[in-house]
Ligand binder design. Sequence first.
Ligand code: SAM
Length: 282
Amino acid sequence: MRGKRNAGQGFHHKHSLGQNFIEDEALLGQLAELSLVTAQDCVLEIGPGFGALTRPLAARAARVLSLEIDETLLPILRVTLERCPNAHVVQGDVMRTDLAALVQAELGDGAPLRVAANLPYYITTDVLLKLLRELPQALSYAVMVQKEVGDKLLSGPGDEGYGPLPILCQYACEVRRALDVPAACFTPPPKVDSSFMVLERRQTPLFAPQDEALFLRLVRAAFSMRRKTLLNNLTAGLSLSREQAAQAIEEAGLRSGARAEELSIHELCLLSDRVHALRAHA
Ligand code: SAM
């Protein structure tokens, strides 16, 4: 126990790597509980730090695989995770790692997969989109994010922050705020409060566009230039003629001057189906 407590002594937290650690064991246990992990599950954790969340996750899961960029944490993790034989740490940058291949190689594809992380905030959006894309088989993604990112994940048409991130998350998952966590719970405390968000993957997506890949591209294209109308963004982003884009917008029952931030996920799905139909008949 003493070894575990002293393991991180002298460690200098790197602000550039979003190293705001949690030490409160009760809070860490609560986060592991909220991560929905059961004894049948394998867990991918991004950024174990000192292994504080890894331990309660390992106590609940079949296996935990933790991906950590900072190699100076590896000798510390060897000590703190000494008593967790079902936890394994891999060194690497989540943004440069093929997560599907990593999970396949380290965890196989037999057991249900869940993701849990106190995420480094400088890459939250990119990591979330990467997780959705590369690990669609995960049952859930439980992530600590800045509180305002939590608001964004729950936002709808017309709300501040509404855009590809909440749309792609809500399309694929049921999203809820499981817990608000004040900045003071972290060492060192970040400048903002946080929320622990749980995204449970839907068995079937919220809507069923005829061509999902086109729908995902359309969402990105529609929001690509915030000041431009949907018409301009679709023309540029999907290589449509202006006439084709206008026709798709009209056939989807939308205003010609509509902006992407006004549209519900359902309307974006209808629009994608109209573009799909136009292309099929071209
Ligand atoms: N899980 C620990 C906790 O809750 O106390 C630490 C969480 S801390 C907010 C984020 C962790 O992510 C740090 O350990 C940091 O080194 C790691 N990290 C930062 N960037 C990363 C990256 N690109 N790939 C993998 N891990 C990264």
